[in-house]
Design a protein around this ligand. Sequence first.
Ligand code: NOJ
Length: 538
Amino acid sequence: MLWWHNAAVYQVYPRSFFDGNADSLGDLSGVQKKLPYLSSLGVDALWLSPFYPSPQLDSGYDVANPRDVDPMYGTLSDIRELIGQAHRQGLRIIVDIVPNHFSREHPWFQEALLSPPGSRERARFHFLDSEGDSPPNNWVSMFGGPAWTRTINPDGSPGQWYLHVFDSSQPDLNWTHPDVASDWLTTLKFWLDMGVDGFRVDVAHGLAKDMTYADLPDPVGLTEALRFDLDDGSPQAAQRRELIANSGFFDRDELQEVYASWRSVLDSYPGDRMTVAEAWVPPHRIGRYVSPSSLHQIFGFDFLVVAWNAVAMQRTITQGLDAVAHVGAPPTWALSNHDSPRVASRLGGGALGLNRARALATVAHALPGGIYIYQGEELGLSDAELPDSARQDPVFSRTKGQQKGRDGARVPLPWAGNMPPYAFTDSEKPTWLPQPIGWGTFTVEAEDADPTSTLNLYRTLVRDRKQLSGAVTFIESGDSNVMIFARDKGFHCMVNAGMHPYQLSDKFPICEVLVSSDMQLGGKNESVPPNCAVWFVT
Ligand code: NOJ
């Protein structure tokens, strides 16, 4: 088995992880200082969200130079040192690449603006003319508003339009242009040469576009299919995924050529380098992204949206396993990330949401494959309530406040103490997003000392999942609110999503609880309360 087949990967969102140089912003030296913490969590690898030069108009996913480090995060020598130190501690490093678009501050886009229509410089992006004042077609940005912005000619007259599937500051690259493909191969090699172990590929399903730029039947419905808007199992969910698949700019067959060329580059390096695709595609298309001639892994996002319901959970797990089984790729699971609400908030908030989040984590860690843990999830954090004036996500501004956006899950981590900044920084300056009052019990320091904390639950799950083996077999629990599955050597996982305790002994006269999500049960204790999950052996 290769390391990434069953790795636990921790997502670091550098701006909010830890401030190593007292300027109130998280940075690479902060990540390096906290490597011992990550080792104590037991994870195998870190995925670093973008740290490249960027105007930060989409929190770094607007990249102005994919082969450098933004001064706010440090320098190239800092990332080199971080990779070296992580490797010495046995941690792998996955960097995030954003090949669908550049920042408008990237020199290519600046050159394009200064070059005439029809020039090679403009052809690296999608520049189009249009009749009158309307954009070239009806495509809508995934962040709201039109997917086209009009340029202004040097003489002040209105010029061509350019495509941006996300913010207007993120012009989409034209992947039919040879410069684009070759520049990205250079970028891959740059980071591989530096020693990274893999890449998280942003919007991996988005690179190829319908070059006829035909209008879409339901462009607004498509934006609602954005992952942070996807709802749990509603009848519209499948429809929404189909919209994504027929969007003109997602999940097109031409993509496969790009990834085949990337795969040969990765395969030419020693050390089992890998890629993981961020690709929102319907289950029957997932296999296309993970094959020996394409990418290695694809995020399984269904736990981000699954309802608190045993039947839905079982369906989600079956779907996640089936989607990759036919191509022989390992499944992956994620409960949250920087684009989704925090899992404790999504599942009800407060103590109830936290109990459920812990239970869902207990289920996810019992499954085969890889697991992705978003920073702060291991502390059981909830989304922070933020005043609108503090919001920075372009989703908030582009939808004119109709969608609050993703800032609530991106607030700097609490490390110690009872008041903001909770030892996140030594600076007096306010953090870029305000931390809430009341996180004192959720700090690393507090949870470290509490044997029943979410942090200590995660440490147990991350450590013990390594011992598990075998396929997943669902077992009839006799209660539609209780899901149970088994793996090898008598191992079982059960979750109680109902309102009443579940007596394990009714079904399993001889069993022993190994781990419980509330960290209260153990041994022969057989009554599993609502909103709790356990691992047990029979
Ligand atoms: C997906 C990233 O996870 C998200 O944060 C970003 O806004 C979009 N891609 C655009 O890059």
